[in-house]
Write a protein that binds this ligand. Structure first.
Ligand code: ADP
Length: 330
């Protein structure tokens, strides 16, 4: 069989949550992160993407969640397809069908699982035998967090020096390493106020705390990695909260301010503090959005979820466990 025989492939990938936060790019054109990040891939939050190269198509066709992708969404997908086509002189256009099988309004990163699945499916459909490192670098060029979703469990994405086009994520521990849970408290519906890319760029240009964030982030990252090595939830949780609030402080100090906090966000953060006062090792993180995600031991997840469900303004909760990396079938 020629290596080009496979024309279609399907990949599934899962969302991830950064425990050590990513905020800021060192190279916007190559989409390289300015700080190292460390994440947990989450079970149950799955994107499934099918890519089929077809000589009869005269343009790429992209469907997301059963509808035609918007011009902007399609352009991001086509950029990745073009990168793969250029790497293997594949002339055919492709049909891409993708579905984010998330619980409604989960408030979790769809670009991470979306571009990890797209990268893996495109590479396989093109008949390329790329390892996960190269697939991760391809996904990273579209969405830095997607580089991490290529792997399951606990994953590092190093900071990228400008020009480092091969930067990829590095798997640290598989999903069975540590029986933790991430409890998500959804605090709003609709798209976030300021997109991550725009928020990072505005922070870099205008926030007096941007350089302070770049200085602090590697220290939080190192503390989180060390705590992960020792499965020390209290130490990891504390460093994770510091990483979260340092990046939000940087964003808040941008001009105009980038404020993702809603009243229910603050209420959920209070709930987490109250849980800790009551002896539960529960620790909060937030991404570029108003939702609160709480890391805890598996045995505490029920109590944490009940407390968040009872918090004013929390619309929905869900519990995720560590999940697997990208999976491909032809
Ligand atoms: P999020 O926090 O959900 O990752 P972003 O604004 O960073 O939010 O990314 C959302 C964008 O990611 C969408 O507008 C779309 O362009 C892209 N995206 C989401 N899901 C998919 C998918 N399954 N396949 C391809 N692109 C996707």
């Amino acid at each position: 069989m020629s290596p080009r025989a496979a024309a279609e492939a399907t990949a599934t990938a899962r969302a991830n949550i950064a425990l050590a936060k990513y905020w800021g790019k060192s190279d916007v054109a190559l989409n390289l992160p300015a700080v190292p990040s460390l994440s947990l891939t989450l079970d149950g939050l799955v994107t499934e993407t099918r890519v089929r190269f077809d000589a009869t198509l005269d343009a790429d066709r992209v469907q997301l969640d059963g509808r035609a992708a918007s011009t902007r969404e399609a352009a991001r997908v086509v950029r990745l397809l073009d990168a793969v086509r250029a790497a293997c002189a594949e002339p055919r256009r492709a049909e891409v069908l993708s579905a984010n099988r998330f619980p409604t309004a989960a408030g979790l990163a769809s670009s991470a699982s979306g571009f990890a699945a797209l990268a893996a499916a495109t590479v396989a459909a093109a008949g390329l035998d790329w390892g996960p490192h190269r697939v991760s670098a391809l996904a990273r060029a579209s969405s830095a967090s997607a580089a991490r979703s290529v792997y399951g469990g606990f994953v590092e994405l190093p900071a990228g020096s400008p020009g480092d086009a091969a930067l990829a994520a590095v798997p640290l521990y598989g999903p069975d390493y540590w029986d933790v849970r991430l409890v998500v408290a959804v605090t709003a519906t609709g798209p976030k106020a300021v997109g991550s890319t725009e928020g990072m760029e505005r922070s870099r240009r205008t926030s007096p705390y941007y350089q302070a964030w770049l200085d602090a982030a590697p220290r939080s990252f190192a503390a989180i990695k060390r705590a992960l090595d020792g499965r020390d939830l209290d130490t990891l949780g504390r460093a994770m909260e510091h990483s979260t609030f340092a990046f939000h402080a940087c964003a808040l100090a941008a001009d105009p301010a980038i404020a993702y906090f809603r009243p229910a966000t603050l209420a959920a953060l209070e709930t987490v503090r109250a849980l800790r006062d009551a002896g539960v090792s529960a620790w909060a993180t937030m991404d570029a959005g108003p939702h609160v995600k709480v890391l805890c031991a598996a045995g505490d997840a029920g109590r944490v979820q009940a407390a968040l469900d009872a918090t004013a303004g929390v619309l929905d909760t869900l519990v995720a466990r560590p999940g697997a990396g990208v999976e491909v079938r032809r």
